[in-house]
Design a protein around this ligand. Structure first.
Ligand code: AMP
Ligand code: FE
Ligand code: FE
Ligand code: ZN
Length: 293
């Protein structure tokens, strides 16, 4: 099951650094995610909603209540050669004005894309309404999972995966590409908002642009993810050591599913969180020196 957990050690603190809430395409509210993390015995978690920051503040409050350390984060969708690349940002300043503005523009583009998909579906004789989706979600982020849920609800598919297969998937008839950031832009946005940019689930995307990403300022790699086999995780850890990258890991929990992405499935030893924090502290020290000089 969990290779990190199974490694013999007397560690007591673990983290799951990749969790989604209902502020993007997850099912549970930020507070419920934190409560679940507490139940799973995790000491620290990161909230990493897709292109959204609104889950962070409620999760931080819940963290105090449930005694779980909550790290501010997000997962930006970028694209390279028509393949998606996700960049995680940790310890992000979620109040950064420029980041907020850019994410807002991005959501507006997602909204118009959803309208276009609905139009394509209508032409196929499949009728779902955007208003139904908006009424049922907690978020202004509209992704294909929301449209898939509406298709299931309206009887056009038996499951989310069938909805993707028949209508919404990358090779299905109602597919619409979305506007995405360039990986370099995503990294830059995270750095500008004081975050630590980390390549998400590198084993999932087919791109091989690690060198380019490192040149752009990438600082870490998500070596541990449910879709990575043990040898693949080891491989990414090796790369991280060779390239002086931070190592992270998380379950990519969305709250629907399947145990594939169960919260706490990845139990990252807390020392990896300490490495991230050391970077944050180092930056702070440099900033203080600059201010004092
Ligand atoms: P979007 O960003 O709107 O294009 O939606 C992408 C999201 O859809 C991913 O993050 C997944 O959560 C989900 N997704 C993509 N493909 C599938 C699939 N075949 N089955 C179920 N969910 C999928
Ligand atoms: Fe998702
Ligand atoms: Fe992702
Ligand atoms: Zn994710």
């Amino acid at each position: 099951m969990n290779y990190l957990f199974n490694k013999k050690s007397n560690r007591t603190k673990y983290a799951d650094l990749h969790l989604h809430t209902d502020q993007s395409d997850g099912k549970l509210s930020p507070e419920k995610v934190v409560a679940e993390a507490n139940r799973a015995g995790l000491s620290a978690i990161a909230i990493t909603d897709h292109d959204m920051l609104d889950g962070i503040e409620p999760a931080l409050s819940a963290g105090k209540k449930y005694n779980v350390e909550v790290i501010s984060g997000l997962e930006l969708s970028a694209e390279h050669n028509s393949e998606e690349i996700h960049i995680l940002g940790y310890f992000i300043n979620w109040k950064n004005k420029r980041l907020k503005e850019r994410l807002c523009e991005f959501r507006e583009l997602r909204y118009s894309r959803a309208l276009k998909i609905i139009d394509k579906l209508r032409k196929m004789g499949v009728s779902i309404e955007l208003s139904d989706i908006i009424d049922q979600t907690e978020t202004s982020y509209i992704g294909r999972p929301h449209l898939a849920a509406a298709l299931v609800q309206n009887g056009y598919a038996d499951s989310i995966s069938e909805a993707f297969q028949r209508f919404l998937g990358n090779h299905a008839p109602a597919y619409m590409p979305k506007d995405a950031f360039l990986p370099s832009e995503a990294i830059e946005m995270i750095l500008e908002a004081d975050g630590i940019p980390v390549l998400a689930h590198p084993g999932v995307s087919k791109n091989n642009i690690l060198d380019e990403l490192i040149d752009n300022g990438l600082m870490g790699i998500e070596a541990f993810h449910p879709y990575h086999s043990i040898p693949l995780s080891d491989y990414y850890c090796d790369i991280a050591h060779k390239r002086n990258l931070l190592i992270t890991g998380g379950s990519d929990f969305h709250g629907f599913e399947n145990n594939k992405n169960a919260l706490g499935l990845i139990r990252l030893p807390y020392e990896y969180v300490e490495h991230l924090k050391a970077v944050v502290n180092e930056r702070q020290i440099k900033l203080n020196l600059k201010i004092n000089n």
